[in-house]
Design a protein around this ligand. Structure first.
Ligand SMILES: *Cc1c(COP(=O)(O)O)cnc(C)c1O
Length: 434
């Protein structure tokens, strides 16, 4: 594959945009080389600026669950755009998508729309703090909740600790209110609650993690967090920005039958336009302005184009629930094919999967939290990434990302992908010692 024009565009972009990108992971820093500039996309394929066709497993990091330029979404947006693109006044379509979301997702009465997953999580935490009149939050290492200050915190040396900021610009004052725990370590969460009696406002997590690869909650983990929050008067926030409307019509709450107090959304709910949302039962949502005292606002929130895209997307998912089965089946097929190709060449690996989320880790041990995800062989991943890219298969340029399967992928596409893995596998290090 030739990437002349992409490289030239990247060079040009770097003069006027920091690092040439508007979101860091796009820059290929973890894998080396220049990023691919996309020109257009349709269905399962990206077409880049050099005319290469790539099978896409990122899908805008999740939103395009039905493939790119999905016609009902495109039509809805075009139709709306003719009638004005923003008003800063209430519109009927906001109620329509809210009604549908409330119907699809268990345990929520009301939903507020914002412009990104970051905003949704930031607002959900503010609401939880206001509602409980407490300051501290518990988050898990490796869970991503957007880039607002409270979430950019990492653990000291693996132990539970008062967080220290992992970005300059986040103050110590903010960091001290974020307490860290290891994903799937319920005992640790219990200890944190006991050490901070009546101080924890909320526990926030990705109920199926997708930002350190795909990591499933251990049996009893979500239920255990639910019980701890109830026992200590804290609210449980499920960040379903990635999993919402993806793993099931009602997200992980429905799939695993555990209820959160506040749920956040993004990605799929916007059908590829900038949308986030947070939702809860009446008692909590009515704590929000203009009814309640917790302030939250947005000039472009509930934007008509975004709402039209989201409504078209959710309507399709609500009308054809078999989509979720099809996605799972395709993902399972891919899993088997990749595992077979890697095993044939004794490449050490672990594959995690649930529904339409899958991640390939070049690690021998099970990947169950951030520490085990970090043990994956990054050099091997780089080779894997560039090898697949060369074969026309585009996966996320980081070993910590999940692949997203879309309904637009055909079995032929999956076979092409598996064949690409088979071709790359002999070059991968980290072979099993026989
Ligand atoms: C993507 C993501 C976010 C942040 O959403 P943005 O729209 O990028 O701000 C938050 N939480 C999770 C789980 C995500 O995957």
């Amino acid at each position: 594959m030739i990437y002349k024009r992409s490289s030239a565009l990247f060079a040009e972009a770097q003069h006027v945009i920091p690092g040439g990108v508007n979101s860091p992971v796009r820059a290929f820093k973890a894998v080396g080389g220049d990023p691919v500039f996309v020109k257009e996309a349709k269905g399962a394929y990206l077409y880049d600026e050099d005319g290469n066709r790539l099978i896409d497993y990122i899908n805008s990091w999740g939103p395009m669950i039905l493939g790119h330029a999905y016609q009902p979404v495109v039509d809805a947006v075009v139709e709306k755009a003719q009638k004005g693109t923003s008003f800063g006044m209430p519109t009927e379509i906001e109620t329509k998508i809210a009604e549908l979301a409330v119907k699809m997702v268990p345990g929520i009465d009301k939903i507020r729309f914002v412009n990104s997953g970051t905003e949704a999580c930031m607002s959900a935490v503010r609401l939880a703090r206001g509602f409980t009149k407490r300051d501290k939050i518990i988050k898990f290492a490796g869970c991503y909740h957007g880039h607002s200050d409270s979430f950019l915190i990492q653990a000291g040396s693996g132990a539970v600790t008062f967080g220290s900021p992992n970005s300059p610009g986040v103050t110590q004052g903010t960091a001290k209110d974020t307490l860290l725990a290891e994903y799937n370590n319920l005992e640790q969460v219990k200890e944190i609650f006991e050490a901070n009696t009546d101080e924890i406002a909320t526990v926030i997590l990705e109920p199926v993690a997708g930002n350190m690869g795909c990591i499933l909650p251990a049996e009893g983990f979500l239920e255990g967090l639910r019980e701890l929050c109830d026992a200590h008067g804290a609210l449980l926030i499920f960040d379903e920005v990635m999993t919402g409307f993806r793993l099931a019509p009602g997200g992980v709450q429905e799939l695993m039958n555990v209820r959160a107090d506040i749920v956040t959304f993004g990605k799929v709910i916007g059908g590829g336009l900038p949308v986030g949302a947070f939702a809860a039962r009446n008692e909590i949502m009515d704590y929000l302005a203009p009814v309640g005292p917790v302030y939250q606002a947005g000039t472009l929130s509930g934007n008509p184009l975004a709402m039209a895209a989201g409504l078209a997307m959710l309507t399709t998912l609500d009308n054809d629930k078999k989509i979720f089965n099809r996605l799972s089946e395709k993902t399972e097929y891919l899993h088997k094919g990749i595992a077979e190709a890697l095993n044939k060449h004794n490449v050490v690996h672990t594959i995690n999967r649930l529904g339409s989320m899958i991640s390939v880790h070049f690690a021998a041990e099970p990947v169950t939290d951030f520490a085990s995800a970090s043990k994956g062989a990054n050099e091997t991943f780089k080779k894997f990434f560039h090898g697949l890219l060369n074969e026309g298969v585009y996966i996320a340029p980081s070993a910590y990302e999940t692949w997203f399967i879309t309904d637009a992928l055909s079995y032929e596409d999956l076979d092409t992908t598996i064949a690409a893995v088979a071709k790359v596998a002999p070059d991968l290090k980290e072979k099993r010692v026989l």
